[in-house]
Design a protein around this ligand. Structure first.
Ligand code: ADP
Length: 452
C-alpha cells in the first residue's frame, strides 16, 4: 500500500483526493502555485510544496517541477486528478521511469485514448458500435470531400487531440467543408498543439450518456452504470445525473457488458469512462474514452455507494477489486449541478473575490468545493467553484432536493451559473427527463434570450 501520495492538482478535486487518502490512512503532499498559497488543498494536505508562478504552464503543468516536488517529498505515487496532467501520456511515462506510480492507466493506454481517431479504431475492434467516420483526415480537398460524402451530411470535424468541447465544427453544406476543416485544424493546433482532425457523422439531437468502469491489475473489470450528461453548454457538461431516464435495466446491462468486454480487450486498468452518443434507447455509438476520474464521478458514487477515488487508489496500489459485477447495485437517483464563476448567460469567466459563500446542507445534499468566503477565484484556472450534488429515493425526490439546495446556495462577489441552474430545474422538459445535447439552445430561444 502507498505511504504517501502527491496530488498534482488544485481546487475541489485536490480536496476530494485528500479525503480519500485520509480515509485510507495515506499521507498527502499538495503542490501549489504562488496564486494558491492560501488554498484549502494546501491547508489540508500533510505537506505542501510551492512549484511556481500562477500560470499553469509554469506550475501545475510543469512536469520537471511536479516530479522534483515528488522526489523531495519521497512519495510513492502521484494522483493527477482531472485536467492539467491527468491525460498526459508523457507525464505518466516520466512517472513510470522515475519509479513513482501514476494513479491511472498505463501511459500506452492514455496515449491510445488521447488520440481520438486511434481510440475509435481500437474500440471498434474491441466490439463497440461506431458512428460512420474517418481516421486522421487527409490534406487533399478531393479526398476530404469524398470522405464526407461517404459519411453523409451533416458531418462534424473533430480534433484528434480534442477535449473540453473545443475544435469541433459542424458542416451541413458541402461547400463549407474544406474551409471548416482548415479552421478546425488551426483551432486544434492552437488548443492541443496537434492539427490532426477527423470526420464523424453528426447527430442532430443525441443524448450524451457515459459508462463508468473500474478495472484492476488482475483482469477484473466492472461497470458502475451510466451517467446522463446531455445538459451542456458549448459541448461542455453543466448538469449530470445517474441513472439516465433513457435506459432500461436491460440496456444498462447490455451496454455495460459490451464496455467491460472492450476494456478487457484493450487491457485497461484504473477507473475510466466510456462516452457514447445515444440516438434512441437502442441506438448508441462510442464517442471517446476518458482515462481519468471525471468531474461528475459523485453521481455514480451516490447511487452505488462505491467510493471511486478510494477504488482508483487501491487499484493503483495493486489491490484486486473488492466487488464483482453482481455486487454492484444501484439505489435511488442522483444529480450534479456544476457551479461555475461565470456569467450565466454569456458563459464568460467571472473571477474575483467571493464576499459570501454559504453552502446548503440537509438530507441528500453533498457539496464538493474548495471555495469559501473571502477566497479569490483566480482568472488563471478553471471556473468551477463548486459541485452541488443531491440524491434521493427517486428522480422526483432528487430534483426537489436540488431545487431547495440551489435556493439555499449563496455566492456573492462573483457571478455564477446558479441562476441558470435554478431556471433549468423548473423547466417542464427537464422535469420530465426529455433531454438532449441541445437542451440549452432551445431553452435560451424559448425564454427569449438568445444563446451567445
Ligand atoms: P470533447 O473531448 O472535446 O469533450 P467529445 O467527443 O466528448 O469532445 O464531444 C463533446 C460533445 O460534443 C458531445 O457531448 C456532444 O454534445 C457533441 N458531439 C460530439 N460528437 C458529436 C456527433 N458526432 N454528433 C453530435 N454531437 C456530437
Amino acid at each position: 500500500m502507498f505511504n504517501k501520495i502527491l496530488i498534482a492538482n488544485r481546487g475541489e478535486i485536490a480536496l476530494r483526493i485528500i479525503c480519500a487518502c485520509k480515509e485510507l490512512g495515506i499521507q498527502t503532499v499538495a503542490i501549489y502555485s504562488e496564486a494558491d498559497r492560501h488554498a484549502l488543498h494546501v491547508r489540508f494536505a500533510d505537506e505542501a510544496v510551492c512549484i511556481g508562478p500562477a500560470t499553469s504552464s509554469e506550475s501545475y503543468l510543469n512536469i520537471p517541477s511536479v516530479i522534483s516536488a515528488a522526489e523531495i517529498t519521497n512519495v510513492d505515487a502521484i494522483h493527477p486528478g482531472y485536467g492539467f496532467l491527468a491525460e498526459n501520456a508523457h507525464f505518466a511515462e516520466v512517472c513510470e521511469s522515475c519509479g513513482i506510480k501514476f494513479i491511472g492507466p498505463r501511459s500506452a493506454l492514455i496515449r491510445l485514448m488521447g488520440d481520438k481517431a486511434a481510440a475509435r479504431a481500437a474500440m471498434a475492434e474491441a466490439g463497440l458500435p461506431m458512428l460512420p467516420g474517418t481516421g486522421k483526415l487527409s490534406h487533399d480537398p478531393a479526398v476530404i470531400t469524398m470522405e464526407a460524402e461517404n459519411i453523409g451530411y451533416p458531418v462534424i470535424v473533430k480534433a484528434v487531440g480534442g477535449g473540453g468541447g473545443r475544435g469541433m465544427k459542424i458542416v451541413r453544406d458541402p461547400a463549407m467543408l474544406v474551409n471548416a476543416v482548415h479552421l478546425a485544424r488551426t483551432e486544434a493546433n492552437k488548443a492541443f498543439h496537434n492539427p490532426e482532425v477527423y470526420l464523424e457523422k453528426y447527430l442532430e439531437s443525441p443524448r450524451h450518456i457515459e459508462f463508468q468502469v473500474l478495472a484492476d491489475e488482475h483482469g477484473n473489470v466492472v461497470h458502475l452504470g451510466e451517467r446522463e450528461c446531455s445538459i451542456q453548454r458549448r459541448h461542455q457538461k453543466l448538469i449530470e445525473e445517474a441513472p439516465s431516464t433513457l435506459l432500461s435495466a436491460e440496456m444498462r446491462q447490455h451496454v455495460g457488458t459490451l464496455v467491460c468486454q472492450a476494456m478487457t480487450r484493450v487491457g485497461y486498468t484504473s477507473c475510466g469512462t466510456v462516452e457514447f452518443l445515444f440516438e434512441s434507447p437502442e441506438r448508441f455509438y462510442f464517442m471517446e474514452m476518458n482515462t481519468r476520474i471525471q468531474v461528475e464521478h459523485p453521481v455514480t458514487e451516490l447511487i452505488t455507494r462505491i467510493d471511486l477515488l478510494k477504488e482508483q487508489i487501491l487499484i493503483a496500489a495493486g489491490e484486486p477489486l473488492p466487488m464483482r459485477q453482481d455486487d454492484v447495485l444501484w439505489d435511488g437517483w442522483s444529480m450534479e449541478c456544476r457551479i461555475n464563476a461565470e456569467d450565466p448567460v454569456k458563459f464568460t469567466p467571472s473571477p474575483g473575490k467571493i464576499s459570501t459563500f454559504h453552502t446548503p446542507g440537509g438530507p441528500g445534499v453533498r457539496v464538493d468545493s474548495a471555495a469559501h468566503t473571502e477566497c479569490v477565484i483566480s482568472p488563471y484556472y478553471d471556473s468551477l467553484i463548486a459541485k452541488l450534488i443531491t440524491n434521493g429515493r427517486d428522480r422526483r425526490e432528487t430534483l426537489g432536493r436540488m431545487r431547495r439546495a440551489l435556493e439555499m446556495f449563496v455566492v456573492e462577489g462573483v457571478k455564477t451559473t446558479l441562476p441558470l441552474h435554478r431556471r433549468i430545474l423548473q423547466d417542464e422538459d427537464f422535469i420530465q427527463g426529455r433531454l438532449n445535447t441541445h437542451f440549452l439552445d432551445h431553452y435560451f430561444q424559448d425564454s427569449g434570450k438568445a444563446a451567445s
